[in-house]
Write a protein that binds this ligand. Structure first.
Ligand SMILES: Nc1ncnc2c1ncn2[C@@H]1O[C@H](COP(=O)(O)OP(=O)(O)O)[C@@H](O)[C@H]1O
Ligand SMILES: O=C(O)[C@@H](O)C(=O)COP(=O)(O)O
Length: 420
């Protein structure tokens, strides 16, 4: 029996929560989209389905999430978790509220949990307000997000604006000092017609209290910290150790592909190019020169035997990106660069490359498609929320790194498991 089915609203977010659950000792498998067939789930504690539903039309997000929920139910998942961003990325239209409402109906849930807290990554909740590394959400930089600007920090306000029900709050004092009162408070909230409950959370101990208090909810919603807490509560009961046990073969070649332009990824590229062979992609050639891809693939192949994996990057600072986007159009350039990475990964895979370290959410989606990856088993984390994964039924390993995650030595650190 699978303990938890997770529906994630984006791809790198899916590996994020999967990795947190592995850290707590669970075996986790992740699928790219809703699988067409049933999954023989022997020994698997949780299944994560990665969707790309964060910023699409509400109706599409709801229908994709319901399809995922039905498939997870059919695999015998005991409970479900809807994973969204730890910065609650959404608008007044959704998609967190409408997807939560639809899943509640599908799973006959009268009340659910709203818990984006991830203390390990500085996401905490006090009096129902979400903080990012000590700043209120709407003062953390997220107020400027291009697609989902977060203009409030009150989770109650944010959730009620995009859903059909009311939110209640269980405060930090109760969570920390009076956990024995939580069930009575939940019953009182339910009596007062609240459909969603927000617990204040400062640290992982609070998250464990939340996971225990909501263990009977058929549906919970939140971010990676909640996945960790649910798994940790259960593994303590089973006395199981942490660590995935996954080994990554030294044989075969590795490559780093970076399409993220975030400030953290730029630092990671700077750090790594001082130590390994690196090639900056020429966007002009990606757009206009069909012979460019084999040239880049040949350059990578020539460095296949180097001590460190060669790096191919489109990563550039914002001023350069602005110029490129102005000249060719942002959507067109993104699509072409992502397509280039997808095709490059496919070509390299045919030439004996079996380890791919990929930076960038959209870039990760493109490379995953290029490699025709149906799903993966989640291994040990290189940084919080960024695990090595093994492609299902293949001797191929992939890292999908969200732009902001990891430290500056990330690409180097990622290679330690097969350099030891
Ligand atoms: N030099 C560049 N010029 C314009 N767009 C770029 C460049 N390099 C990368 N991009 C695009 O920027 C986007 C980065 O998004 P993504 O891969 O999701 O990274 P992140 O996780 O940092 O958001 C991709 O669509 C990528 O193709
Ligand atoms: O919860 C998180 O913060 C991450 O898992 C996540 O969803 C990150 O999203 P992007 O920053 O859009 O990659």
């Amino acid at each position: 029996m699978i303990r938890l089915g997770v529906i994630a609203d984006d791809f790198t977010g899916a590996t994020d929560i999967a990795s947190f659950m592995v850290n707590a000792g669970w075996k986790v498998v992740m699928f790219n989209g809703v699988p067409e067939q049933a999954f023989a789930s022997e020994g698997v504690d949780a299944i994560v389905i990665a969707l790309k539903s964060r910023s699409i039309a509400v109706e599409d997000a709801v229908s994709q999430s319901l399809a995922a929920s039905d498939w997870l139910k059919a695999q015998g998942c005991q409970r479900q978790l809807f994973k969204y961003c730890s910065t609650f990325d959404s608008t007044a239209q959704g998609n967190i509220g409408p997807v939560t409402d639809a899943l509640m109906k599908n799973l006959h849930a009268e009340m659910t949990l709203v818990c984006p807290a991830v203390p390990d990554n500085g996401r905490t909740i006090v009096h129902g307000h979400l903080f990012v590394k000590g700043e209120l959400l709407n003062e953390s930089g997220m107020q400027h997000h291009p697609v989902t600007p977060m203009k409030a920090s009150s989770l109650k306000k944010l959730m009620e604006a995009q859903s059909t029900g009311l939110c209640g709050n269980i405060t930090l004092d109760t969570v920390k000092n009076h956990p024995d009162q939580i069930q009575a408070q939940l019953a009182a909230l339910q009596k007062s017609q609240a459909r969603y409950v927000i617990f204040d959370v400062l640290d992982n101990a609070d998250l464990l209290t939340v996971a225990r208090a909501t263990a009977a909810f058929p549906l919970v919603t939140g971010a990676a910290g909640l996945g960790y807490a649910i798994a940790a509560v259960e593994t303590q009961q089973q006395q199981r150790g942490a660590g995935s046990g996954m080994t990554i073969e030294a044989a075969g070649y590795s490559v780093v592909l970076s399409g993220s332009c975030s400030s953290m990824t730029r630092q990671q590229v700077d750090f790594y190019q001082q130590r390994a062979a690196s090639l900056a992609l020429d966007v002009e050639k990606i757009l206009h020169d069909a012979a460019y891809l084999p040239v880049v693939a040949e350059w990578v192949r020539q460095h296949a035997e180097d001590a460190l994996a060669p790096l191919v990057y489109a990563t550039q600072p914002p001023q350069i990106i602005a110029l490129i986007q102005e000249k060719y159009g942002a959507a067109r350039v993104s699509e072409k660069i992502e397509g280039f990475f997808a095709e490059l990964a496919q070509t390299l895979s045919q030439q004996g490359f079996n380890k791919f370290i990929v930076a960038g959410g959209e870039t990760s989606g493109a490379v995953t498609q290029g490699l025709h990856i149906r799903g993966m088993v989640i291994g040990d984390a290189v940084a919080p929320g960024v695990p090595w994964t093994q492609v299902l039924d293949e001797r191929k390993w992939v890292i999908l790194k969200s732009g902001n995650f990891g430290n500056s030595d990330f690409f180097l650190k990622a290679q330690e498991p097969f350099h030891e």
